[in-house]
Write a protein of this length. Structure first.
Length: 159
């Protein structure tokens, strides 16, 4: 995929992240600090217990989240294009609590490694601030979604 195609795909799928950035800033972010990763169907991206040295923007396909009980996996969520995956372990340095695998159609991701994130913070503070705000909004959405599901489950159990 060409750099121009990547920029267009990121602008299309991650509009919230790109809204405050110019096309040149999006291009700089992608070409200097990110790495394109393409995975086939049902490939493992990260397993439970691993500490994240990278996090990812999903720009195509999906990442499925699984809990594991013995030999069984249970799907507990999915990250679709425009979402982030791996950011919690990346920022808090704690082991992952879910297994991350691609969905039926695989996934196209942009990976940012710790070293490149550190460079981004120093070299491009505006872009890195925008990225961090995007991460915060993503985590906030997750907390709100889980809170609503928890409340629904509690109502169901209490009735």
């Amino acid at each position: 995929m060409s750099n121009d195609d990547l920029v267009r795909q990121v602008q299309d799928t991650c509009a919230e992240f790109c809204a405050a950035l110019t096309q040149d800033e999006v291009s700089k972010f992608i070409t200097r600090y990110m790495q394109f990763v393409e995975l086939g169907p049902h490939e493992m991206l990260a397993d439970i217990g691993a500490v994240g040295a990278s996090f990812y923007m999903v720009i195509g396909g999906s990442i499925q989240l699984f809990q594991v009980d013995g030999d069984s996996e249970y799907a507990v969520g999915a990250i679709e294009p425009g979402g982030l995956v791996g950011e919690m372990s990346f920022f808090d340095g704690r082991p992952r609590t879910v297994r991350l695998k691609t969905g039926e159609s695989g996934a196209q991701l942009l990976e940012i490694k710790r070293q490149m994130y550190s460079r981004l913070r120093i070299e491009e503070p505006y872009i890195s601030t925008n990225l961090l705000e995007f991460v915060i909004r993503s985590l906030d959405d997750l907390v709100r979604e889980l809170s609503a599901k928890h409340a629904d489950l509690k109502k169901l159990l209490d009735s």
